[in-house]
Design a protein around this ligand. Structure first.
Ligand code: ADP
Length: 396
């Protein structure tokens, strides 16, 4: 090998290496070698570990108007043979049979086995319509490209595995945090219930009626808090295992939202809610569950934006309705926004507000069960808006 070839290969490899996306990297490789290695179509076939069939994971068409994936079927036989034999497979028409009219339809195929993670599990196949014949140099180059493609696919797999691992690690951390949160959340109301009932039972003290009532009220509220907490936990478990039953019927979401707002306002007198409602079509939904979503949003606004008014707008779109639920509280730092709908996730920081990180997870699962969507938009110091879209006439 001469120095010039080596340094041009080196610069090609450096360019390929820089590309993040493995398909773009492969495109770069093929394009860089185009002067020396010409082909019409190339495709990578990988064995599908489930059904053992071959799957086209990459296809590139450069000539003769071929569309990549749709036409990749031409390479399947050669790919299977290359995998079965672990050898390069060359299929070329016999010389002398190429009459000009039929020439363009004659396929010159070259298949290279690919070892991914030391396992023979795929093949890179090239096709030239109407030739020319593959020379020894071409065959070497094809083999080099298949090694490179295998390395890129391995890199893709490792990248995917790293993402999954990170997500599992985050989930495990959340579970750990959850155990400490939940024990705190269970202990606090239990502590109140135990403390006040013990006080009421003391035989050496008598309480006047007003004090007794106040103690009983606290016990009652704390028991409700415990019930809610346990219900949230059970519900999130059922939603995760997809065993929660929904009862769908035609409902008016605007009326439902007003009912929930009235209920909440009767409990928190300082809360101000501004509505901006357009006439909305009824939707098919589970009224109890959707009310639960709205209650959660109110409860969060009261907890995390305690001095803010709430603004709710609802408008019909083409085939859905859109609800914007906004407060003007402190907002959520953008780094945390991608996670707040995850189960058990709570924004880190000084914790004065109680919670379990289940509320928004439950909201999201309920909205998704309606084939809708929920997301958050938040600006630090300005406020937070939760947006919900629900299909107008769902087929549920
Ligand atoms: P919880 O309230 O039990 O912590 P949620 O799932 O309801 O759990 O909310 C997840 C996190 O999102 C909360 O811990 C809070 O930090 C953040 N959050 C939710 N709603 C708001 C809001 N309106 N303003 C600011 N932060 C919010």
């Amino acid at each position: 090998m001469d120095l010039k070839t080596l340094s041009s290969l080196h610069s090609i490899f450096r360019e390929v290496q820089k590309k993040q996306d493995w398909k773009v990297a492969l495109d770069t490789l093929f394009v860089s070698l185009r002067d020396t290695f010409v082909f019409d179509n190339a495709a990578i076939f990988l064995e599908d570990p489930k059904n053992k069939g071959l799957e086209v994971v990459y296809a590139r068409a450069v000539g003769r108007g071929k569309t990549a994936e749709a036409d990749a079927i031409w390479g399947e036989g050669v790919a299977s043979e290359a995998i079965a034999t672990d050898q390069m497979v060359l299929k070329q028409p016999l010389q002398g049979t190429n009459k000009t009219t039929a020439r363009l339809h004659q396929a010159y195929l070259l298949g290279c086995p690919m070892h991914i993670g030391a396992r023979l599990s795929g093949a890179l196949v090239f096709i030239r319509f109407g030739g020319p014949q593959y020379t020894e140099l071409h065959i070497e180059l094809a083999s080099l490209q298949s090694f490179w493609a295998a390395a890129l696919i391995e890199r893709r797999d490792l990248h995917q595995a790293r993402i999954e691992l990170n997500s599992v690690q985050r989930q495990m951390r959340l579970q750990d945090d959850f155990v400490s949160t939940i024990s705190h959340e269970l202990r606090t109301p239990l502590g109140f219930i135990k403390g006040y009932s013990t006080s009421l039972l003391r035989e050496d003290t008598t309480w006047d009626d007003a004090t007794r009532r106040e103690f009983l009220n606290i016990i009652d509220e704390e028991a409700d808090r415990l019930t809610r907490l346990i219900e949230d936990m059970l519900e999130s478990a059922r939603l995760q295992s997809k065993t929660l039953q929904f009862k769908f019927s035609p409902i008016r979401v605007d009326a439902l939202m007003r009912d929930v707002a009235t209920r909440i306002m009767s409990r928190s007198s300082r809360l101000k809610v501004k509505f901006d409602l357009r006439p909305l079509p009824p939707i098919r939904g589970d009224g109890t569950r959707l009310a639960q979503v709205f209650e959660n949003l109110f409860s969060n606004a009261l907890k995390y934006a305690p001095n803010s008014d709430i603004h709710i707008s609802m408008l019909p779109l083409k085939d859905k309705i859109r609800i914007d639920f906004s407060d003007s509280g402190d907002g959520i730092p953008s780094d945390y926004l991608p996670f707040i709908f995850e189960r058990f996730y709570r924004v880190p920081g000084e914790r004065t507000v109680t919670g379990t990180g289940l509320g928004l997870y439950i909201c999201k699962q309920i909205v998704m069960a309606h084939h809708g969507n929920i997301w958050v938009e938040s600006v630090l110091g300005k406020g937070t808006t939760f947006v919900i879209e629900l299909p107008a006439s769902s087929t549920l």
